[in-house]
Structures are given as structure tokens and as C-alpha cells.
Design a protein around this ligand. Structure first.
Ligand SMILES: Nc1ncnc2c1ncn2[C@@H]1O[C@H](COP(=O)(O)OP(=O)(O)OP(=O)(O)O)[C@@H](O)[C@H]1O
Ligand SMILES: [Mg+2]
Length: 455
């Protein structure tokens, strides 16, 4: 006999939804962080124990909730952010599905305490979907959520988690993205008593990038701000020679929402094609501002996938903005599209070369150069003790340096010297040439050493 059809009970529905929304500790952190940002918080503290498995605590100073809303927030499809399907086309908040809180509460020991005003807070305890306590406690305006023993009731999910190091890294990556997307919010993340990320909330994107990615890396970035076909592209991009083996340092926001978009990844790759070695990824942090009606954010429960109405326009806007930003800041030689730079891991020792990128990468493989060194700019230091060993195919200069070897495209270097010289003549160039070495022997045309200097 076939079984009869029946509606699932809310507890089972929440368990199923949790499977989609709460994949791992970092998804909990993401959802709680989004809620705090949506609540207008200017300060958000995240503390994780046991890489988020044992305990995640998110505290914000946002708008808080009334006791009734706090109870309501635990229900599925309960949201303050949209009211009807039509609102989906103009969502400006990060959340809108009304399922994060009930999903998290279904797979953890969950505690919510919240207040709209300083004084009395409403505090609710939930154990794996069942409300177990409700009381009033003293506390300030804002919201605190504590999630303990995540997935203790879903052993399959628990087993699927990776090592503490991996889970903690995921959390740090998520928090880093939001901290950069919202530089006006002071975000802090700690594992146990160890602080990992602390941004100041001064609304300075470059400063936030410095906090999250390190000052050396932030210093190498160039600002871009360009509007193409109604899409404003604003943010920072790295020079081609600073690159990573993964997309960990490519963050895209659409109207402030961190997104993963194949279109934007493809556009970034196209912008840096032939500038960065194969399978290496440039550093990018940009926000695309466009009419909310031009993006569909209701594609997946995680809300990180998006669809552009005008796919081609988004692709072109980003590519044009990056290309012209690189040109404007002298990070790309306009006359020599084949110029490639490479670094062994991020920014340790770099080779300045226009040799095919595989050649450069292979050189690094054979002789890894001081990989532990921090990112260093300018090349001046990379090329310390430069001694020309010879010239290949009337095109490349091969030289030894104190740190390794360098291959220099003499033609590109020459163009570069002229370019910097002209920039200097024009005045006010943001990135100025510091030192130009001319090796006038035989037919060596020029070796360039230059220094990024902001301001
Ligand atoms: N930190 C917070 N401060 C104030 N209100 C909050 C906070 N967290 C949640 N809320 C309230 O609880 C509601 C439910 O939160 P929940 O995350 O489940 O859904 P959502 O944010 O509306 O949508 P989504 O499921 O897409 O995240 C929110 O709409 C909001 O009104
Ligand atoms: Mg939410």
C-alpha cells in the first residue's frame, strides 16, 4: 500500500531547511553577521570556541527586537525585511527569507537575548528546535546570539565537518569578506581569546582591507571608481604581480552584498589575462552598485549566488574598470600586453618578466626563494644586488639578485621607463618612478626598478 501524503511538521521542515542554510560553522557566523548588519549595528563581536563547533557568540549593538518579535524570529518564514513577493525585486537587506534563525536553532543549543532599549532584555533558550526557556534579564540595546553544540543532533552533518583549522579558516574568510564589505561597521573576530580580525568601522575601505589582508598587501592596491552603463564599480585592485593560487583574495559585492558570481570571476580573469600567470588570481575587492531590479538574489538559500539581468553589462563594467584602473595607476604597461609578473606565493620574492608565465612559475618551483618573507614592495628590494648574467633572444635580461634570479623584458622595461618619465613630466602621478637603472652596455636597453608611492 502506498503511504498517504501528509504535511510535514514545523520541526521536520526546519531540520530540512537547516540542511540547506547551515552547512558548517561558518554558515552560522555568516547568517548571524548578516542579521546584525541588517539591524544597523555599528559594532559586531564574534567569538568562536572549538572552531565554532563548541560555541559561536555574536553580539551586536543594532536595533534589537521586542519580546514579541524575538519569539517570532524563531518561526519559519518570519521576517521583518520583506512583506510580499514584489519586494523581492528591490531587496536592500542581506536577509529576506526568514529562515536563518529557525534553521540554526533546529540544529544547536541556541540562546537569543535582545532589547530595543538599554535595560531589560528578552532572553530565549532553544534546544534543537524546542523552546526551553524564556526570561527577562538586564542588558543593553542590541542582540546577542549564542550557538552551542552545533549539529549535535545531526551526526551525519557533524561527521562531514573538516579539521578545526579548515573550519576556523572558513569562518575567518567569511568574517573578512563582510568586514571589507561594510567598512563602516567595527567587526571583531576571535577564536577563544585570540583576536583574528579587528576592523575600526571608520568607513575606510583601504583601512579595512589592511586589517583583514595585512597592511603590506593593502598598500599595493590601487583604487578604482568608474561607472559603465549605469553600473558603478568601486574598490581596490592589486597589481598583476601580486597574485594568489586561489580566489581567496577576490571579493565582489553587489550593492554591498558579498557574492560569488561566475560572471564576475570570468571578468576578473579576462582583465588580468596575460598579466598574471596561469591559474593564479589577482587581488580584487570591489563593490558593484546597480539598480536592485537588475539583480536576482533569490537564487539559492545561501544567497551568495546571484543572477544579473544584464550579464554582459556587469562583465564589461568590471573589466573596463579594472583595466583602466591598472593603466591609470601605472600597474600595467599600455604598450605591452604580454607583460607578466609573478611572485612565489604572495609577495615574497618576485620576478619581473614577460617570459611565458609557466617559465616563471617553474623557476620558482625549482628554487623556492625565502617563502617566509613578508610581502615586500617595491621591486627595488627584490632586485637588490642585481647583476646581469646575460641576455636571451635579444628580448630578456637574465640577472642574479641577492634573493634569487630575475628575468626582465628589456623592451617592456624600456617602455616602462618612458611611461614613468612621461607620468613624471605630467605631474601628479599617483605612482611615481623612483629609480631608473640604465644598463647601457651592448644592446641592453633598460632595466627598470620602480617604487610604488602613494599620494
Ligand atoms: N541581530 C538581530 N538584530 C535585530 N533583529 C534581528 C537580528 N537577528 C534577527 N533579527 C530579526 O529576526 C528576523 C528573522 O531572522 P532570520 O535571519 O531568520 O531571517 P531574515 O534575516 O529575515 O532572512 P534570512 O533567512 O534570509 O536571513 C529578521 O527578519 C529580523 O527582524
Ligand atoms: Mg537573516
Amino acid at each position: 500500500m502506498p503511504r498517504r501524503i501528509a504535511l510535514l511538521d514545523p520541526h521536520t521542515i526546519n531540520q530540512i531547511a537547516a540542511g540547506e542554510v547551515v552547512e558548517r560553522p561558518s554558515s552560522v557566523v555568516k547568517e548571524l553577521l548578516e542579521n546584525a548588519i541588517d539591524a544597523g549595528a555599528t559594532r559586531i563581536e564574534i567569538r568562536c570556541d572549538g572552531a565554532g563547533r563548541t560555541r559561536i557568540r555574536v553580539t551586536d549593538n543594532g536595533a534589537g527586537m521586542t519580546p514579541e518579535d524575538a519569539e517570532m524570529s524563531l518561526k519559519r518564514h518570519a521576517t521583518s525585511k520583506i512583506r510580499a513577493a514584489g519586494d523581492l525585486h528591490r531587496v536592500t537587506s542581506l536577509g529576506f527569507r526568514g529562515e536563518a534563525i529557525p534553521s540554526i536553532a533546529a540544529v544547536s543549543r541556541f540562546m537569543l537575548s535582545t532589547a530595543e532599549k538599554d535595560g531589560a532584555r528578552h532572553k530565549i533558550g532553544v534546544e534543537f528546535g524546542e523552546i526551553v526557556s524564556s526570561e527577562t534579564v538586564a542588558g543593553p540595546r542590541g542582540t546577542e546570539i549564542v550557538v552551542e553544540d552545533l549539529f549535535a543532533n545531526t551526526p551525519a552533518r557533524l561527521k562531514f565537518l573538516k579539521s578545526d583549522t579548515t573550519e576556523a579558516a572558513q569562518i575567518a574568510e567569511v568574517v573578512g569578506k563582510y568586514a571589507v564589505a561594510f567598512p563602516d561597521v567595527a567587526v571583531s573576530l576571535s577564536f577563544g581569546s585570540q583576536a583574528v580580525i579587528t576592523t575600526s568601522g571608520t568607513d575606510d575601505l583601504l583601512e579595512a582591507l589592511g586589517h583583514v589582508w595585512g597592511v603590506d598587501l593593502a598598500r599595493a592596491l590601487a583604487e578604482i571608481d568608474m561607472t559603465v552603463a549605469g553600473i558603478r564599480v568601486r574598490g581596490f585592485v592589486g597589481p598583476p604581480h601580486v597574485n594568489k593560487p586561489s580566489r581567496s583574495h577576490q571579493v565582489f559585492f553587489v550593492n554591498g552584498r558579498p557574492v560569488r558570481s561566475k560572471t564576475l570571476f570570468a571578468s576578473a580573469d579576462a582583465s588580468y589575462r596575460s598579466l598574471t600567470p596561469e591559474r593564479r588570481h589577482a587581488i580584487i575587492a570591489v563593490n558593484l552598485f546597480m539598480d536592485p531590479a537588475d539583480v536576482d538574489i533569490n537564487v539559492s538559500p545561501m544567497k551568495t549566488e546571484i543572477k544579473f539581468q544584464r550579464e554582459g553589462a556587469a562583465f564589461d563594467a568590471l573589466r573596463l574598470a579594472i583595466k583602466s584602473g591598472l593603466l591609470e595607476h601605472g600597474l600595467m604597461p599600455s604598450a605591452a600586453p604580454s607583460l607578466s609578473f609573478a611572485t612565489e606565493q604572495m609577495g615574497s620574492v618576485g620576478l619581473l618578466a614577460s617570459a611565458p608565465s609557466e617559465v616563471v612559475t617553474d623557476l620558482f618551483k625549482e628554487r623556492p626563494l625565502d617563502a617566509s618573507a613578508p610581502a615586500r614592495f617595491p621591486f627595488l628590494e627584490l632586485l637588490e644586488g642585481l647583476q646581469v648574467l646575460g641576455q636571451v633572444m635579444n628580448t630578456f635580461i637574465v640577472a642574479s639578485t641577492q634573493r634569487g634570479i630575475a628575468i626582465i623584458d628589456q623592451h617592456v622595461a624600456h617602455e616602462r621607463v618612458l611611461y614613468e618619465y612621461l607620468c613624471g613630466l605630467r605631474g601628479g602621478a599617483r605612482w611615481r618612478c623612483r629609480t631608473c637603472f640604465r644598463l647601457s652596455r651592448s644592446n641592453l636597453r633598460g632595466v627598470l626598478l620602480w617604487h610604488y608611492q602613494s599620494g
